[in-house]
Structure formats: C-alpha cells, structure tokens
Design a protein around this ligand. Sequence first.
Ligand code: HEC
Ligand code: HEC
Ligand code: HEC
Ligand code: HEC
Ligand code: HEC
Ligand code: HEC
Ligand code: HEC
Length: 412
Amino acid sequence: MIRPKLVFVFALAGFFCAQLTVAFPSPQASRSESDRTGYVGDARCFSCHRQQSQSYQHTPHHLTSQLATPDSVLGSFRRDNNSLRIVDSTDQAEAQLQFVMEAKKDGFFETASSGWNPDTYQRTERIDLVTGSGVRGQTYLYWQKNRLFELPVSYWSDGHRWINSPGYVDGTADFSRPVNPACLECHATYIRALSNDPRTNRYDRESLVPGISCESCHGAGANHVRLRAAHETESKNSSHDDILNPVKFSRDRQVDLCAECHNGIQREALAPTFSYVPGRPLSEYFRQLPSPEVEHPDVHGNQVGLLQRSKCYRSSPQMSCSTCHDVHTTRQSAESYSLKCQSCHTWQSCGMSKKIGHQVANDCINCHMPVEETNVIVSQTAGQVVHAKMRNHWIKVYASARAQGTEGTAPR
Ligand code: HEC
Ligand code: HEC
Ligand code: HEC
Ligand code: HEC
Ligand code: HEC
Ligand code: HEC
Ligand code: HEC
C-alpha cells in the first residue's frame, strides 16, 4: 500500500533570519512591559514633515510588515505560477508534496497536500501578515486565535517564485513554527505579547502596529506634536528637545539605534521587547552572544559588526550609518555610494588607480564592499539551495578585487 508521506513537523522555532537565540529574561529584566503612552503614529507627523513622510512611505523599513492585501502580497496567485511541488527523489512515483497558493474572496491561502485518494492529507491556512518588503523575499504568518505562526511557503523575488520558508526541511509541511516577539521587534512598530516569556507567540492582535514607524527611531511624539502645534508660528529652528533626533546622539548611540535590528541575531534579550529607547546604550537591552557569526562575520544582518571592523570606521570618529544612508528615502543605486567614499578619499589614493586610472572612481563599493552569498538566509526547495546575497559592510581590500584589476584596461 502506498503511504502518504506528508509530515507535519513540530519543529523548534526557526526563522527567515535563521536561528534567533532566545533566552529567558535575566532577573534585572523583570521590568514591566514597554509603555506605549505618548505614541501618536506616522499620520500625525505627515502634516508638518511632509517631505520625510512622503518619501518614507516607499522605504523597505515602512513596508517591512503589512497586513495581507492584493498590494502587499508579492507572490503570484496566477494558475501557472501559484504552486510549489516537491518530489521525493528517493521514490518519485510515491510521495508528492504540493503547496498551492490561492487568492479567494475571503483572503489569500496556502494549502499543503500529499498522498493518493482516499489517503490524502491536506491543510489550509490563511496568509494574515506579510513580513519583508520583498527586496529579497517575503515570509507569511497566520493567526490561530491569538497565536501567531509562520507559514511553510515564502516568496523569493529572484525569479518571482515560491520557495520553502528559509530554514524549513525540504519535503515537509510545517505549520507549527511559533513567531515570537523578537521577530516583530525588528519588523514592526509594536505588538503586545500576552506573556513575558520571550518564546511566547500569544498576542493582543488588535495592538499590532505594522511596519517600522517614525517613532521607532524618534521615540514617542505626543509631547512634540502638542508643543509644536501650539507654537506653529514660532521660528522654525527653535529647538525644544521635545523629540529625539539621532544626529544629536554620540556616534556610538547613533549606531546603537541601527544595531537594535542590524547587528545579527546572536543575542540575549535583557529587557522586554519594544522597550528600547533610542539614545540609550543598547547593551542595557541585549547581550551580544559569542558566536561563529561574530568571530567570522557573515554578511546577513550584521552590518554594524562588519562596519566596525573597517579601518574607515575605526579611524573616523564621526562615521556612522548615516554617513551613507538616509533612512527617510528609498534606496539609491549602488554606484551612487562611491561619492560617499570620495568625501574622505580621493580616487587617486586607491592603489588600483595606478592600474586602471579614473575608472576606479565609478564603483568603489564593487571592489571594497562586495556582494556575497550569506549562509544565514538559506532555503532548501525541491533539492535546490537558495542563498540570499548581501553587501559586505567590512570595507577593505579583498583578494578578489586585486584580480579584477588585471582584467581591466591598460595602465594609465
Ligand atoms: C505641528 C507640526 C509638527 C508635527 C505634527 C510634528 N512635528 Fe516634528 N518638528 C516640527 C517643527 C516646527 C520642528 C523644528 C523645525 C524643523 O526641524 O523642521 C520639528 C522638528 C522635528 C525633529 C528634529 C528635532 C530636533 O531637536 O532636532 C524631529 C526628529 C521631528 N520633528 C520628528 C517628528 C515626528 C517623528 C513627528 C510625528 C510623531 C513630528 N515630528 C510631528 C513640527 C512638527
Ligand atoms: C526596528 C528595527 C530596525 C531599525 C531600528 C533599523 N532598521 Fe534598517 N531595516 C530593518 C529591517 C527589518 C529591514 C529590512 C526591510 C525589508 O526589506 O523588509 C531594514 C532595511 C534597511 C536597509 C535596506 C533597505 C533600504 O532602505 O535601503 C538599510 C540601508 C537600513 N535598514 C539602514 C538602517 C539604518 C541606517 C538604521 C539606523 C538609523 C536602521 N536601518 C534602523 C530594521 C530596522
Ligand atoms: C530607521 C530610523 C528612522 C526612521 C524610521 C525615521 N527617522 Fe527621522 N531620522 C533618523 C536619523 C538617524 C536622523 C538623523 C539623520 C542625520 O544624521 O542627519 C533623523 C532625522 C530626522 C529629522 C531631522 C531632520 C533634519 O534635517 O534635521 C526629522 C524632521 C525626521 N527625522 C523626521 C522623521 C519622520 C517624519 C519620520 C517618519 C516618516 C522619520 N523621521 C523616520 C532616523 C529615522
Ligand atoms: C534582530 C532583528 C531581526 C529579527 C529578530 C528578524 N529579522 Fe528579518 N530581517 C532583519 C533585517 C535587518 C533584514 C534585512 C536584511 C539585512 O539587511 O540583513 C531582515 C530581512 C527579512 C526578510 C527579507 C526582507 C526583504 O524585503 O527582502 C524577511 C522575509 C524577514 N526578515 C522575516 C523575518 C521573520 C519572519 C522573522 C521572525 C520569525 C525575522 N525576520 C526576524 C532583522 C530581523
Ligand atoms: C568618514 C570618512 C570615510 C569614509 C566615508 C570612507 N572611508 Fe575609507 N578610510 C577612512 C580612513 C580614515 C581610513 C584609514 C586610513 C589610514 O589608515 O591610512 C580608511 C581606510 C580605507 C581603506 C583601507 C582599508 C584597510 O583595511 O587597509 C580602504 C580600502 C577604504 N578606506 C575604502 C573606502 C571605500 C571604498 C569607501 C566607500 C564605500 C570608504 N573608504 C569610505 C575614512 C573613510
Ligand atoms: C561607506 C558607506 C556605507 C556605510 C557607512 C554603511 N553602509 Fe549600508 N550599504 C552601503 C552600500 C553601498 C550598500 C549597497 C546598496 C545597494 O547595493 O543598493 C548598503 C546596503 C545596506 C543594507 C541593505 C542590505 C544589502 O546587503 O544590500 C543595509 C541593511 C545596510 N546597508 C545597513 C547599514 C547599517 C546598519 C550601517 C551602519 C552600521 C550601514 N549600512 C553603513 C554603504 C554603506
Ligand atoms: C577594480 C577594483 C577597485 C575599485 C573600483 C576601487 N578599488 Fe580601491 N583598491 C583596490 C585594490 C586591489 C587595492 C589594493 C591596491 C594595492 O595594494 O596596490 C585598493 C586600495 C585602496 C585604498 C588603499 C588601501 C591601503 O591602505 O593600501 C584605498 C583608500 C582605496 N582603495 C579606496 C578606493 C576608493 C575610494 C575607490 C573609489 C573611488 C576605490 N578604491 C575603487 C581595488 C579597487
């Protein structure tokens, strides 16, 4: 008799962003949950900061989590591109696990099925929440009462296709991965967890504020809005220090703000989720754990750790993420960043310029911040392995770049 091989695995939590190390809160962390009074939402900033607000709407930060809508779900529901078939190579005739993604009147759904009639197994869940703006891909989440879970099939932008969610075992249909608060701490503005256990996936659903918002980086805005509204006629440049402006933080605190989400995932939470206040030392909220990723940096999500190894950073007390990035606007072309390098270096200072001349000026980053495959975002799908590609933030001379010059044009 042919046995259906669909396995619903009950695995440990695992993420698009690989394994997150979650520990129990240490004693000093038993502070109460974060206080959300004083937060007003992005709409309130729009009237006075139209320029920042308008361009911010299109940034990956703003779009990094959304409710599922025809606009937010990037995966295809067209009949010719809405399934993922996983054939077990050991026994092709027998087991075939298939996922089908469908748009229906009442929402978007992922269905897993396998086996032969009448021994078929099937499970359908709705796509409720979208994580990822889609630069690389999107992972979908679903609600079961007040519990939040990850769905087994993700969207991958490269090739506009469906893949197994990163970290999932190929050939299984796992609907049981809990989504814990740390995941949303990096991908949303707020959600209230119903327990202090960092492994919980029970939430007050109504409390979700999707996307990263102005106040994620500027802190609660109610005071500022009230005072500024009352003094609208006052001189524009009067500073009341009623809202946080990272440019006024020390360099370390500026970088801490970005490190809240861009310093990799090997860390232990010391305080409740969503309690970090920009301007405070991040070390009060997280303890970085020693890990192979830190010893031998991988490119995923660890831009802070990598940049900090660069001579540029170590020799320039003012250099921060904002030297190159304006988070209020959408991405620039990769080449445009070469101008940032040239605010501190002349193109002639590059040894390679002796070989290939002014040509070096167009693309400093291609040689000194190469794009690499990460081993941290990996999906195994139908026997194929998909790696995410990331820009290495360790600015230095790479061996591969020396080779590039030899293929270049004649000297001088
Ligand atoms: C009623 C108008 C008004 C509203 C609403 C408003 N602001 Fe402002 N904001 C101002 C003015 C005026 C300034 C001072 C001049 C400037 O920098 O543009 C300012 C300055 C700032 C600064 C720089 C502060 C400093 O000390 O350097 C930040 C950051 C800021 N606002 C963020 C926000 C955010 C975030 C929101 C929404 C929560 C918001 N603002 C809502 C009027 C407003
Ligand atoms: C609350 C978490 C969080 C904070 C704080 C944060 N980021 Fe991000 N950032 C993310 C996430 C999540 C993404 C991926 C968004 C996506 O594509 O879904 C991202 C993407 C980016 C990108 C690539 C997309 C783009 O906009 O070009 C840049 C650059 C970036 N962040 C820079 C920064 C800098 C600089 C800071 C500090 C000023 C910062 N981030 C603070 C979470 C955060
Ligand atoms: C990911 C973090 C992040 C988010 C989200 C963010 N900002 Fe900022 N904002 C910064 C940083 C960092 C600076 C300081 C930039 C610099 O170094 O010049 C800043 C500066 C500002 C300033 C002062 C600008 C000036 O020229 O002095 C204003 C106003 C402002 N932000 C408004 C907003 C508004 C409105 C939003 C939402 C639409 C927003 N910010 C979202 C990080 C953020
Ligand atoms: C420590 C912060 C952090 C945690 C925790 C985290 N992420 Fe991320 N995630 C990021 C950052 C930052 C990026 C952007 C990639 C980069 O630049 O490293 C990202 C990228 C992504 C992307 C691709 C976005 C795109 O547009 O290409 C998806 C999807 C995603 N994460 C889903 C998740 C899910 C689901 C969880 C939890 C189950 C999670 N992440 C946990 C910070 C985090
Ligand atoms: C804020 C100023 C600043 C910026 C911006 C900057 N650098 Fe640097 N960089 C420095 C300083 C200072 C040094 C150290 C010089 C020394 O030790 O002689 C350095 C060192 C270097 C080195 C030598 C690294 C090594 O390990 O020996 C390279 C290569 C380099 N920078 C390339 C770049 C590139 C490419 C960019 C743009 C992506 C860039 N830098 C942006 C200031 C900067
Ligand atoms: C010297 C310039 C420079 C500095 C400083 C810098 N970045 Fe970047 N960053 C870049 C370039 C160049 C890219 C690639 C842009 C592209 O390919 O479109 C990039 C891309 C990114 C991305 C998108 C992920 C990717 O691989 O494409 C994130 C996230 C990011 N930076 C975060 C940060 C954070 C956080 C800091 C501060 C720790 C920082 N960056 C400092 C130049 C810089
Ligand atoms: C084709 C690849 C390539 C490009 C493009 C390139 N570089 Fe270089 N760069 C190199 C290589 C290789 C070296 C080492 C040369 C040597 O040791 O003779 C180097 C050396 C350097 C150094 C000196 C490092 C040291 O301390 O010895 C600096 C600074 C630098 N580059 C900056 C830049 C800047 C700024 C740009 C853009 C204007 C740029 N590079 C564009 C490949 C490149």
